[in-house]
Design a protein around this ligand. Sequence first.
Ligand code: ADP
Length: 288
Amino acid sequence: MVVLLIQQLERLQITMTNQTQPSNQTNDQTVKEPTIRTENVKVYYGDALAVRDVTLDMYRNEITAFIGPSGCGKSTILRCFNRLNDLIAGAKVEGTITFEGQNLYSKKVDPVEVRRRIGMVFQKPNPFPKSIYENIAFGARINGYQGNMDELVESTLRQAALWEEVKDKLKENGLSLSGGQQQRLCIARAIAIQPEVILLDEPCSALDPISTYNIEKLLTDLKEKYTLIIVTHNMQQASRISDRTAFFNAEPTPKGKQGYLVEYDETETIFQTPAQEATQQYVTGAFG
Ligand code: ADP
């Protein structure tokens, strides 16, 4: 009880000392803790430093967008968050990445469990070559789901705004759906194993404008429940749906291009009053 009271007092104090920094506060004025925090992260592929200087706090119930020209390390950083770079020979991560306060790269952390809690949706929709039903049920079963599978499939497809379109053909192959539906199925598959964070690597780049609109609407709904981090080449998309935006750029080095984080702020600031000239030029289409 006393401990709780002290914790509450500490929270209040933190709230009061942070009042000149509104960006981390919710409407009820409590300070938000980041879901994922990166500090001075660098990623190497072999000897080549692919991306550096990445210090970011990303929050629950928000969409964080990564923008910047090709090859500046956006996907590389995204992949660090669910330890997918572990699977790339020669990839090395330096600096600190914490997830809910815990070092994501600690020896005690199981990468398989990380990938359950932090799901990934890729650029090209990649449903399993199985039925729509199995696309949802498969991962849940593997993760030991004991509840009613029909209910899970329905509620997951509803969350992914796909239920009405597929409820009469759950036995059909997931690959028989349109590209946009396949991508929503992949998002549903990610949700089915009850992650806390969903990473999305250019999820709309292979889709037409209507499917893109449907995915954007879906992501806006999903942020009520999850932390979402999206890599996008589409600046309008970043400005429409994200709460915060990180702008990455790249510079030439003797070993090839080297990416770095230029600026990170609330999306409105990045698009309207960025601190860096390069950000201003990029968001107004001067390069990229
Ligand atoms: P972006 O997502 O911004 O386009 P990437 O993260 O894909 O950038 O790439 C950043 C840099 O890392 C590029 O120079 C790219 O060639 C290099 N890179 C990406 N993946 C690999 C890999 N698996 N092996 C070696 N180099 C890679």
